[in-house]
Design a protein around this ligand. Sequence first.
Ligand code: ADP
Length: 529
Amino acid sequence: MTNLHESDSKSINNSKKTVRQKKSAPNTDCPGVLSRPRFSLRTHILLMFILLSSLSISLVVGSAIAINHIQKKFSFFQISEKYLFDIVQARRWEKNYFLYGTNLEDAAQSANNAKIILSDNLEKVTIILSPEETATVMQHLDKYRELLQELTVLEKNRIKNTEKKHEIETSLREHGAEMVKLAAALVHNEQNSINAMLKLIQRIPVYILAVVLLLTTFLVCFFVKRLIKPLKLLVESTQKIAKGDFSPIPPMCKYRGEFTTVELAINQMIQELQLREVAMVESHKLRAIGTLTAGVAHELNNPLNNIMLTAHAMLEDHKDLSEDELLEMINDLINEADRSRKIIRNLLDFAREGESISEPVDLGVLINETIKLAQNQIKVTGAKIETQIQTHLPQIRGDKQQLKQVFLNLILNALDAVKKDGTIKISLKQADNPGFLSVQVEDNGCGIPAYILPNIFDPFFTTKGPGKGTGLGLSVSHGIVTIHGGQISIESEEGKYSRFTVILPALHVPADLKSHNHSSRWMDMLTGG
Ligand code: ADP
């Protein structure tokens, strides 16, 4: 017992040391994480906000500019209409003068007004009409005004030069007609330009809507991809962890961000889980050792009694005994001591502290050794053990202690389930799945009700009373079998039987075993990776 206590505290100290070492691991284990460029979700959202805000601001500014432009166009349209009006008015007064001899001054006044309008808005007119046309307009208007001036002078001096008047009238008509034509063109062009602008403004909301829709769709898709991909990886990783694969999860994003923190936290959790798994295996093993120790003590009684009796007989009768009889008794003593040593060695072997060792294992031998470990419990229960171990099977690779723990759990559970005359059948054979060996532990005990079957591999699930069951046996066994690249399954019928089947990969691993679901960690050990 003292030895067990010492090994207990050693194991606890070791676990603590490992925990401490592993706790600092995530920072040192993931140097790649720190070298990844930083691009967090916060930056994403900020960029998206800036982009959408810039778009909205440009739209508002664009609309303001367009409205302002239209306003200017409209006011210039009014000016060009006024110009046309003055030109037309000048021509009307000019006609009146030639018909009735009136309104010559009015005609000059209207022509002057037109000239003022044109001079004030020359730049804009040049944009609407071409510079050449603008120059022509100016020439016609100046000529028209000159002719009106000449006519006014003739009129003031009362000169009755009919020929000159007629010449002026013809020129006035020519320039006047040109002026009206160009003024009408100015109004017409400006009107067309306003109409085109209004049409454009009508279409702008449609364009804006299309751009906003496209941009939003792109941003949403981009954002969803950036969120969904790591989340999907996260789900896959947690499913892998649930299946017992504790390899660190791969990077979820190219960039360093919020998901990197999640990734580091999960990898740290994986390390913690690994430690807990080891602690769970240890704690359950300690409990099994407790159970077995009582049996071993009982088991040791027989050889020790025999040794005692033989030694007493030798002490009392050694003078009367022949040399041959003495030799026989000494041999008995050696045999009994050897039997005791084997019993103790078997228990010590199971209780041995240490790292998980992967070595070739003969499952047949291992099963027989495990049955010996449980020998006393078997005797106490009075159950019958039937073994069917196929010979010439390939070895497997694994940790002997851990595998013994699996089969011991199954045998102890079967012993708990059967009555006095129950039978436990233990068989080893080639599994249906090529490259795998199959171990079955079947009992004709109480069986397992269908409604609790899905829970029996859960940690701490037990139907046994307080102090009797821990609910760790099957969960620990499941973990051990999984990391050995195998599977454990159960078939049972309440009141009739329970059959546990453990499938483990043989040492000559077929190529397709590498793709086996849960075996990655163990496969690395098998292949020396
Ligand atoms: P424990 O034995 O400490 O309860 P286990 O994880 O080994 O924990 O088993 C969980 C439960 O599964 C048991 O409480 C029992 O109800 C059921 N069980 C396991 N093996 C058998 C069996 N051979 N026959 C009937 N029930 C079983």
